[in-house]
Every structure is written in structure tokens, then in C-alpha cells.
Design a protein around this ligand. Sequence first.
Ligand SMILES: NC(=O)c1ccc[n+]([C@@H]2O[C@H](COP(=O)([O-])OP(=O)(O)OC[C@H]3O[C@@H](n4cnc5c(N)ncnc54)[C@H](OP(=O)(O)O)[C@@H]3O)[C@@H](O)[C@H]2O)c1
Length: 254
Amino acid sequence: MIDLTGRVALVTGSSRGIGSACALRLAEAGADTVVNYVTSRSAAEEVADQIQSLGRRTAVVKADVSEQEDVVSMIDFVRESFGGLDILVSNAATGGFRPLLATTAQHFEAAMNTNVRALMFLVQAAMPLLKRSEGRAKVIGLSSLGSHLALPMYGLIGSTKAALESIIRHFALEIGDHGINLNVIQAGLVETDSFHQMPNREQLLAHRRAKSMVGDRRLTVRDIADAALYLASPLSDMVQGQTLVLDGGASIHA
Ligand SMILES: NC(=O)c1ccc[n+]([C@@H]2O[C@H](COP(=O)([O-])OP(=O)(O)OC[C@H]3O[C@@H](n4cnc5c(N)ncnc54)[C@H](OP(=O)(O)O)[C@@H]3O)[C@@H](O)[C@H]2O)c1
């Protein structure tokens, strides 16, 4: 059994969807877990209530991860309230589904700042805490198949995910020797709020299901949270700078 008792985790964008599933999974395994949101305060508080009922320490922090000041304040709060940080899951993302031909400078900036730059500022701010972690500290980024597959209306988000994966690899090169593992979860389609905003979601889902090689089993937020738990645990100490693909094998064949 994976036991994260005594570890402190922060999951960005954990008021809903994949982020909330990851926060709850880490707390179930024993980690004191900080919940971050930007707009959904009551949803974030519900996640924190569930974490507390598991007997873990928790807190809810409003921070827009696209803003460096917010990121720095959030990490300061974690240091002051929890005394350290061992597990950082960079999950929050935005972008919208539209053609690249209709993408503006504002769309581009917002997506890059939230999906890519945030991870850089999070790691920079958290570095003193991650270095002090007992055992290896873990940083996990949430990516998608669109980082390397061309998907309709996904050009902007897909390109941010490609950049995110590259930043994780380069951080592994820069700071891996300081007791920190940095890895990526690359997930297939999961039915969260953002999925329900995709214009062609049913068609995409049917296509991925037809290609999946695990029978009728659908990818769930729990599957992703399980992968996050593995990457947050000592079981993955020798996994460094890697991308773990969770799609039932759909993307490995034509
Ligand atoms: N769903 C999929 O099919 C899928 C597949 C592969 C990868 N992913 C990736 O998995 C991650 C989570 O996706 P999801 O589908 O669970 O998303 P979601 O349901 O849309 O939830 C997004 C979360 O991110 C938070 N957030 C957004 N912008 C933020 C900001 N600037 N600062 C802080 N928090 C912010 C939201 O907070 P509020 O609630 O406060 O707005 C919310 O908690 C993303 O990185 C996504 O790209 C998703």
C-alpha cells in the first residue's frame, strides 16, 4: 500500500474534475493536501471538507496560477501553514476550443500563462521547500494526447501541452539531482467540465473508444488520480522526466 502520511501536497485547479480527484486520492493515501481554485470557492471547500473527513490537514487557497504574484503567495502560505511541500501537481489549465485561425493574442497569452508558465513559477517558488523534502519530492504535470496528436479545435491547448512536457523534461535535467522527480501524465479524453465544452466531444470519444485496447472500460478521473498517486510515491523514484500515457493504448496504433 502506498503511504503518504507526513507528506504535504498541493494540487492546482483542484476544485473540480481531474484536480479534485488527484487531491482526494493523495489525501486517501495519507498526504495533507492543499486545494487551489480560482473561481469555484464552494466546490473547493467541498473537496477540502472531504479531505478533512479523511483525517488529513487541508486548506483552500484562491490563486490564479497564471499570475506569478499569486503563485508566490500560495507557496508562501503553504510554507507558513504546513512547514513544507513534498508533492506538487500542476493540473490547472485553460484555453478554449477554437481553430488556430481564430486564436487571438489574448487567447494565446492566457493559455500559455496558465498551462505552461505557471509550472515554471510554481517550481521556482517551491524549490526551497521541494529541496528540503524527506525522500524525493515529486512534481507532476497534467498533459493530454493533443501535445503530439493534431485534434480538431485543439491547436492552442495542444501546443501548450507540448511546451509543458518540454519544460518538465528540462526541469528534470536542471533540478533532478536535488532530490526532485518531475514527470507528466498524458491523459486521453475524460468526462469533466472541460470535456463538455468540446464541440465534437462525442465523435472524438467514440473514435478513441474504438481504438482503445482495454475493452469497454472508459478512462475516468480516478484512473488519472491513481497514476498521480504512483508518481507522487517512492515507487516512482527511478522515473524521471517521463511522460506516462493513460489512454488504454488508443494512441499507439493507426
Ligand atoms: N478532461 C480531459 O479530457 C483531459 C484530458 C487530458 C488532460 N486533461 C488535463 O487535465 C487537467 C484538468 O482538466 P479537467 O478536465 O479536470 O479541467 P476542468 O474540469 O475544466 O477544471 C479545471 C480546474 O482548473 C482550475 N483553473 C483554471 N484556471 C485556473 C487558474 N488560472 N488558476 C488556478 N486554477 C485554475 C479550475 O478552477 P475553478 O473551478 O476555480 O475555475 C478547475 O479546478 C488540465 O490540465 C487538462 O488539460 C484533461
